[in-house]
Design a protein around this ligand. Structure first.
Ligand code: ASP
Length: 582
């Protein structure tokens, strides 16, 4: 090794020892007769000292070293007179006797510090320099810990990790496929997996019983802070299990990760049906770190002559505790906020329940004090509270109310980082009607089994069929989802029919799976977790990009290697495809 120790491990016990360290020049300072250099590596920072009286030539050489030069430095560990107790190596320094420049460095385009002066685009272009920053290093260390602990737990439970292919045929998970042209089969394409869904089911048919894989998946969709074109799943499948078995097994995984990575003991996860989640939170991924539940008011609000309420499918409200002193200006600002297209509310009604028990509202014209008191009582409000009410079509209004609830949660500091509230959401609808395409889409994917008691509804009222599916939600973020699968050819065929596939089409695309069902497919089910998201939640970050070594930007570009990029004429020819003429 070129070094005897790392830059993160020397302390008072090592005083007097001869050591050689390697690393990058983080910072250097000249103080009269001394030059100090902070040498940095993956493990920490150690102070190197050059003394002009003991070795003038060496000290002059050291003064020429620039930021990010790579050094090997040899010297003796000494106790520092000016100690820095904030870092583990802050009580010692190294009196340097000789050093070697292993490689010089250009001046980096931004400072390699936690609070860097580099903008996002610049840091992405020089991601290898960005990754030298402690924040990013810590994020990748957390990610490593998460993956090791996931493997430890699943291995301890008898799961076997099996790789599935990357060049496959389209597996519909609701997004667009990335396709790869086949040189050897002109005019034909592979698709990159949106998930290993069909393969993991085939592994169950093969008898593997408990499978997992930490695996890259690819979905060609528009990007947001919590989405990347390529992302990582913890993908799992089990045979001979019920939904309960799966929830318990993977609650075990989640609890193991909470303990091993965050040192937290989390109580049993609550369960909530999709229908409850939508009614009480307006969302299928509720943040249950705080209350402020949605309360339906149709019976109290209608029939008082207020058209907005009378004509609405749903009148629903939330109670913001202790907010009755909100000013006109604050209320107007919130009203504008909910009317932004992202939230899309038509307006916002308020009832102030003053600290002195007075009641004031924006609907005083239509509602008597008795009417307003009845509404206040429905919320169990206390003097000092503020009620917000919205009205309109059910889905849209719940959506907007959920937005407002989360925003109020943020403004009131109720969504505390460092607090974790996981839950399972179950009983999702199997199908979603798409008005544009005039057909049903699978809410999860077409391999999800209906709840057994709802199977007859497939023929009569498909929209009402509930799925044997579940999501793991933590703090309002969907961390994972899965289902018990269909393992019977006839039911799978019926499902494809409901989804608008012709028999031919279904056979063409998924014949391999349906044929396999005829060779002794065991009952099975599974789940997949968004690994990048889970790391982000545990790390307390805002964007999954910060937990991915080399992420793509919002336009789907890797600005460091500058891709996607064109290909040569030669490659076009080889692939036997022609570029579209503009
Ligand atoms: N393949 C599904 C997904 O990617 C997860 C599952 O059903 O196991 O969402």
């Amino acid at each position: 090794m070129l070094r005897t120790q790392t830059c993160g491990e020397l302390n008072l016990q090592h005083v007097g020892q001869n050591v050689t360290l390697c690393g990058w020049v983080n910072r250097s300072r000249d103080m009269g007769g001394m030059t100090f250099i902070d040498l940095r590596d993956r493990y920490g920072i150690t102070q190197l000292v050059f003394n002009i009286t003991s070795n003038a030539a060496l000290c002059m050489e050291a003064r020429k070293l620039g930021r990010e030069f790579v050094l090997s430095a040899k010297g003796i560990v000494a106790e520092r007179s000016n100690k820095n107790l904030k870092i583990p190596t802050g009580e010692i320094e190294i009196n340097i006797e000789s050093f070697e420049i292993l490689n010089p460095s250009k001046i980096p385009p931004f400072t390699i510090e936690d609070e860097t002066d580099g903008g996002e685009e610049l840091r992405m272009k020089y991601r290898y320099l960005d990754l030298r920053r402690t924040v990013n290093k810590k994020n990748l260390e957390l990610r490593h810990k998460m993956s090791i602990e996931t493997r430890n737990y699943l291995n301890s439970q008898g799961f076997i990790e099996i790789e599935t292919p990357v060049l496959i045929k389209s597996t519909p998970e609701g997004a667009r496929d990335f396709v790869v042209p086949s040189r050897m089969n002109p005019g034909q394409f592979y698709a990159l997996p949106q998930s290993p869904q069909t393969f993991k089911q085939l592994l169950m048919i093969a008898g593997f019983d408990r499978y997992f894989q930490i695996v890259k998946c690819f979905r060609d969709e528009d990007l947001r802070a919590d989405r990347q074109l390529e992302f990582t799943q913890i993908d799992c499948e089990m045979s001979f299990v019920t939904r309960e078995d799966i929830l318990n097994t993977f609650e075990g995984l989640a609890r193991h990760l909470f303990k091993a990575v965050k040192n937290l003991d989390v109580p049993t996860f609550p369960r909530m049906t999709y229908q409850e989640a939508m009614a009480e939170y307006g969302s299928d991924k509720p943040d249950i770190r705080f209350g402020m539940k949605l309360t339906e008011l149709n019976d109290l609000a209608k029939g008082k002559g207020f058209r907005v309420f009378d004509e609405a499918e749903l009148v629903v409200g939330i109670c913001a505790e202790g907010c009755s002193e909100y000013t006109r200006k604050q209320l107007d600002e919130l009203t504008e906020w909910v009317k932004r297209p992202q939230t899309g509310a038509a307006g916002l009604i308020y009832i102030k329940y003053g600290k002195d028990s007075s009641i004031k509202s924006s609907i005083d014209k239509f509602f008597s004090p008795v009417d307003l008191t009845a509404i206040i009582q429905r919320f169990n409000s206390k003097p000092g509270d503020l009620l917000f009410i919205m009205a309109g079509p059910k889905e849209k209004t719940r959506f907007a109310m959920n937005d407002l609830r989360l925003e109020m949660g943020n403004r009131l500091g109720l969504r505390k980082s460092g607090e974790f509230k996981p839950l399972w959401v179950t009983h999702f609808p199997l199908l979603e009607w798409n008005d544009e395409a005039r057909r049903f889409y699978a809410m999860h994917h077409p391999f999800t089994s209906p709840l057994p008691e709802d199977i007859p509804l497939l023929d009569t009222d498909p929209g009402a069929v509930r799925a044997n599916a579940y999501d793991l939600v933590i703090n309002g973020v969907e961390i994972g989802g899965g289902s018990i699968r269909i393992h019977n050819k006839e039911l799978q065929q019926k499902m494809f029919k409901v989804l608008g596939f012709t028999d031919e089409n279904a056979q063409d695309q998924f014949g391999f799976l349906m044929n396999a069902f005829e060779y002794g497919a065991p009952p099975h089910g599974g789940i997949a977790f968004g690994f990048d998201r889970w790391c982000t939640i545990f790390g307390g970050g805002d964007s999954i990009r910060d937990y991915i070594a080399f992420p793509k930007n919002n336009a789907g570009r890797d600005v460091m290697i500058d891709t996607p990029a064109g290909i040569s004429d030669e490659q076009w020819k080889e692939l036997n495809i022609k570029p579209l003429k503009p």
